[in-house]
Design a protein. Sequence first.
Length: 201
Amino acid sequence: MKYILTLLIIIFLIGGCVRYVPASADINKPIDSRNIKPQEPEFKLCDQAVDYNLLLAAMPKQLQGYTASEPRGATLTFQDPSSQKTTKYSTASVHFTKKDSEWATDTIDVSIMDTCYLQFLSQTWLRFYELESTEGFVKRVAIKGYSGWHQYQKYDNSYSYTVLIKDRVMVSVKGKGEVTDSEVKNVIESIDFASIAAAAK
């Protein structure tokens, strides 16, 4: 169970077995499946990804006690051979390290990706997934008003938070080693969500 979050996405894509239940539904009453109609959102098409320079600017430049790597950004362009439609995605990332001892290193990874309304990601986000096991957990959270996932993985003692902004920009922070859950949360809360949201129209 090294990649719990990835596993959940794959389960959704293959199985499609999670049933939509309206937020107003009374979970204590039996549900008549004959009266449930699919309520899938309509997703926009994205012609232009958010500039990766803006994504880089939204990330923390330094963390106390850590050494930052050179920030990296890129724009990926794909073209559908049948329709000739061009789609762009942008990414930005930075890696922070802190030497605990000669053999141990703490790391915090920050990454942002504009998926340009990649449909399966947005659909998966709308499904309520939570998982708890002997190997970790995935729980739904809200960070600065945006829906996200809080994850712990026992095998590498890592905590992570992943947030989706404007149904398209995925922001993720992961800490490993002796990095605490609160440290990871503080880092994702330091990211400039407002500038990302303004650009992701």
